[in-house]
Design a protein around this ligand. Structure first.
Ligand SMILES: Nc1ncnc2c1ncn2[C@@H]1O[C@H](COP(=O)(O)OP(=O)(O)OP(=O)(O)O)[C@@H](O)[C@H]1O
Ligand SMILES: [Mg+2]
Length: 259
């Protein structure tokens, strides 16, 4: 469904404009009907990868195909919903104005029903007539998710969908993602916190320092993590007690030379 083929993205940094790879020769397949979690520390290159998938930025080399279309071709985004990392909307408008605007430019059929259904699903219907500069972070996140779900897209790309939400909000967002999973949507989402989101995932990809370190099904990664855990001598002093979290933490700590 989504084929990421050897993509590298560099940015020029510093006075001399030296090339620095944010994403380094990444290849990954995102399978139809599966939920793939994309984990990695701050600065790993998750958002850069996601921006390339949705065609916001261009890879320095390599390519991404979505349903056979290059990610830079607008046709690749025909059936794709995107929740960005820090959603922001223009001040003064109400939630309902924003959602109507997007449903119009997306040329959504059955507009009113669709708007009502996405606002209800994301739990922001009650605040539809409130101006969005009066929204809390969690409310803005819900509205942005509602926008991403307009038109019932089959592919959903979420950049840190759980960030900035309180424990109740996180649970509700996870339930929405589980609901979308039941509907056999193809979901790719990024996160830092494995413990928080692993129950959503069929597959887990781990990116550190722009490089893909893991791309496995959840059960096989759990198995690997358990084996790793059993070999640890002093498990009482571990930062994380859960084997999977501990494994991910050690992958990040041992491979992250970003700082
Ligand atoms: N426009 C840009 N110009 C220069 N460097 C950039 C740009 N965008 C990203 N980077 C760099 O690329 C690297 C990866 O950034 P990215 O935002 O993809 O990380 P991330 O994994 O999403 O991190 P976080 O978890 O903090 O959101 C970082 O070192 C960042 O500074
Ligand atoms: Mg990011």
């Amino acid at each position: 469904m989504i084929e990421i083929n050897n993509i590298t993205k560099y940015f020029r940094v510093g006075f001399f404009g030296i090339k620095k790879n944010a994403v380094d020769n990444l290849s990954l397949s995102i399978n139809k009907g599966e939920v793939t979690g994309f984990f990695g520390p701050n600065g790993a290159g998750k958002s850069t990868t996601i921006k390339m998938i949705v065609g916001l930025i261009k890879p320095s080399s390599g390519n991404i195909k979505i349903n056979g279309y290059n990610a830079l071709d607008y046709k690749s985004r025909n059936r794709l919903g995107f929740l960005p990392e820090n959603p922001a909307f223009s001040r003064g408008l109400r939630g309902i104005d924003i959602i109507k605007y997007y449903s119009k430019i997306l040329n959504i059929k059955n507009r009113n029903n669709d708007i009502e259904s996405v606002l209800n699903l994301t739990g922001i219907y009650y605040a539809r007539n409130t101006q969005i500069h009066k929204y809390s972070k969690g409310m803005t996140q819900r509205l942005a998710l509602a926008v991403a779900l307009l038109g019932n897209p089959e592919i959903l790309i979420f950049d840190e969908p759980l960030s900035g939400l309180d424990p109740i909000g996180r649970k509700e967002f996870k339930d929405i993602i589980l609901h979308l999973k039941e509907k056999k949507k193809t979901i790719f989402f990024s996160s830092h916190i494995l413990a928080d989101s692993k129950e959503l995932c069929d597959r887990i990809a781990v990116l550190v320092n722009g490089k893909l370190l893991k791309n496995d099904s959840l059960p096989s990664l759990e198995k690997e993590a358990n084996n790793f855990y059993e070999k640890i001598d002093d498990s009482a002093n571990l930062e994380y007690k859960n084997p999977l979290e501990n494994y991910l933490y050690s992958l990040m700590i041992n491979n992250n030379n970003n700082k």
